[in-house]
Design a binder for this molecule. Structure first.
Ligand code: FAD
Length: 328
């Protein structure tokens, strides 16, 4: 009796579930993390809506028009969303939640999602659940804690669940095979003087981006200077790889901080990760240890990076890297 009652309740719970995915985009195109977030939303079950909020975000929202498994794409355009600040987007998300009664709100665990969703959760008076790597049920989530050194399974009792998901743990959802309706919503009241977007300078590169590259060559303090990163760029060009760095390399000014991988940088999980002159501190491992194959080149045989490496080369990088590049 009890089990059939709880099964009935369970199916009702699922039926009324409704998830809002917050699209990350640059008005022109979606950031691929949005597709990972849609996959996470599908694991929750129930209706899925995607919110595309921007200044002139028609192209970004249009790319969702044929995505399968979505109930609707909600679009909001307003000059206030320039720069996608958390302060301007939060009132929009709160008002969308009130209007549609979403039970779940999801974004990627990126700089964008990490800035936005804690604010949304605070305004809804619920606890955000960050860095989710697996969804067990609509209220039970698996997430990493202690910089990825422990895995926690938690059941959230808040009425509205606010989640950031790790893109590397959810396959990207297809943007083909369906037909989705678009609904415009009002963004009145979103202009704010709490913060003002002034400008941004984005680094341009012909190489794949760190978060989407299938191969990454990453350098640490062992490179000794920014100029020596040329060794890694040459190797990366042979492999069509992105180039990353440890925090020590970034802090020393060898390379810009958008290349940083780790606990306070980007989380990546490419097919191939080549760590060059990187010791393997836990904060660095937190950002790359889910890579499928890890190769480490380090002159110190005791370096902790060798504990997570599938292949290790104890060698001077200034000899080994040019030799490797020459053989490819
Ligand atoms: C709160 C917090 C957050 C952090 N977040 C991050 C983060 O996001 N990402 C991150 O990377 N770090 C992070 N750190 C820093 C982290 O603890 C380490 O200090 C950092 O990762 C070390 O970088 P590294 O391996 O390049 O340098 P080192 O630890 O100095 O290692 C350099 C390595 O290069 C090797 N080497 C030197 N010369 C050669 C050569 N000629 N040939 C081959 N090998 C050579 C050495 O043997 C050594 O193993 C964080 C720290 C804190 C406290």
């Amino acid at each position: 009796m009890f089990s059939s009652y709880s099964r009935t309740l369970g199916s009702q719970f699922r039926r009324f579930q409704s998830t809002l995915v917050i699209a990350e985009h640059n008005n022109e195109a979606l950031n691929p993390i949005t597709q990972n977030a849609i996959t996470a939303a599908k694991k929750l079950g129930g209706d899925i809506s995607v919110l595309v909020a921007g200044t002139k975000c028609g192209p970004a929202s249009a790319s969702l028009a044929k995505a399968g498994g979505l109930s609707k794409v909600i679009v909001a355009e307003n000059e206030a969303f320039k720069g996608f600040t958390a302060e301007s987007l939060t009132p929009l998300i709160i008002s969308a939640q009130k209007q549609f009664g979403f039970t779940h709100i999801i974004a990627g665990a990126t700089a964008f999602g990490k800035a936005l969703l804690p604010r949304v959760a605070a305004k809804l008076d619920v606890s955000p659940v960050s860095d989710v790597i697996s969804i067990k049920s609509p209220d039970t989530f698996v997430r990493t804690i202690y910089a990825g050194n422990a895995i926690q399974t938690l059941t959230a009792s808040d009425g509205i669940k606010v989640l950031t998901i790790r893109g590397t743990n959810f396959e990207p959802a297809s943007l083909e095979g369906g037909s989705t309706t678009t609904e415009n919503i009002s963004s009145d009241g979103c202009a704010t003087d709490l913060s003002t977007f002034i400008s941004q300078e984005l680094s341009k590169s012909d190489r794949p981006s760190l978060t989407s590259a299938k191969a990454i060559v990453s350098g640490g303090r062992g490179l000794k200077s920014g100029d020596n990163f040329k060794l890694l760029y040459d190797l990366a060009d042979k492999l069509n790889a992105a180039v990353g760095a440890s925090r020590a390399a970034v802090d020393a000014g060898y390379v810009p901080n958008d290349m940083q991988i780790g606990q306070t940088g980007k989380i990546v999980a490419p097919d191939l990760y080549i760590a060059v002159g990187i010791s393997g501190a836990i904060q660095h491992l937190a950002g790359m240890k889910d890579s499928k194959t890890i190769i480490a080149i380090n002159k110190d045989p005791e370096a902790p990076i060798f504990q997570v490496a599938d292949y290790g080369l104890v060698a001077d990088l200034f000899k080994a890297v040019p030799e490797l590049t020459g053989k490819l």
